[in-house]
Ligand binder design. Structure first.
Ligand SMILES: Nc1nc2c(ncn2[C@@H]2O[C@H](COP(=O)(O)OP(=O)(O)OP(=O)(O)O)[C@@H](O)[C@H]2O)c(=O)[nH]1
Ligand SMILES: [Mg+2]
Length: 214
């Protein structure tokens, strides 16, 4: 968690009327592509591992969002920062049903933000996916496991969801669109539970400026 001395560049500012551009990242098998097509077609599709990048533009309320879904194998992860230019936000997909992968997921998220200096002020939505699987980590557990409070992005939220059922997804996307269009005045961390479970939202204000922490 090395601190650096100079302020990071400001992330690409969103201008009203322009399409919103969002990166979707996550370890292989986390469910990123399944989530993307759930958003686009509102159904579950059978995916193959993403070998490079998939781009899809989706109408969202009055907005257009272009999602750039990158493959998550260990060979592709070092390439993620190459896609940072012009992005307004980041969605990081976690397989909440695979506890063994969470520590790698945390390391890769940190490595990404260390390199993606243009995105330090962009909002981060973590999707704790596969909530339909018995024993999946809760969004609060995911927030702790990823040590989100120490992360260098400006504002982060963990939303519990399932690409199989679609539950929880809309709430997460609505949040990141809101943050891109009207950024919160100060950094904060929050999580939302899977719809139907107790305790819906809790906000945790990040301790001090987050821009130098990775
Ligand atoms: N049970 C369950 N399975 C899911 C869910 N989302 C995705 N999957 C399954 O997880 C596997 C991987 O899904 P993908 O969407 O291809 O994963 P990915 O993150 O795009 O993987 P890469 O393209 O290799 O980076 C597939 O078998 C999906 O059907 C979910 O919410 N619940
Ligand atoms: Mg994929």
């Amino acid at each position: 968690m090395g601190a650096c001395c100079s302020a990071p560049p400001v992330s690409e500012a969103y201008r009203p009327g322009q399409p919103i551009r969002i990166l979707i990242l996550g370890l292989d098998n986390a469910g990123a592509t399944t989530l993307l097509y759930r958003l686009k077609m509102n159904k579950m599709i059978v995916t193959v591992p993403t070998l490079g990048a998939v781009e899809e533009t989706i109408g969202w309320g009055g907005d257009e969002i272009t999602f750039h879904d990158l493959g998550g194998t260990d060979k592709l992860r070092p390439l993620w920062p190459m896609y940072q230019e012009g992005m307004h936000g980041v969605i990081y997909v976690v397989d909440a049903a695979d506890r063994a992968s969470v520590s790698t997921s945390r390391q890769e998220l940190r490595r990404f933000f260390r390199a993606a200096t243009e995105l330090h002020n962009a909002p981060l939505l973590v999707l704790a996916n596969k909530q339909d699987v018995e024993g999946a980590l809760s969004p609060e557990q995911v927030r702790r496991e990823l040590a989100l409070d120490d992360l260098s992005c400006r504002t982060a939220q963990v939303a519990a969801c399932s690409a199989v059922t679609g539950r929880g997804l809309r709430e997460g996307i609505d949040w990141i669109v809101r943050e891109i269009k009207n950024p919160s005045p100060s950094p904060r961390r929050s999580f939302t539970n899977f719809p139907g479970r107790a305790s819906i939202t809790r906000l945790v204000r990040a301790a001090g400026p987050s821009s130098n922490r990775v």
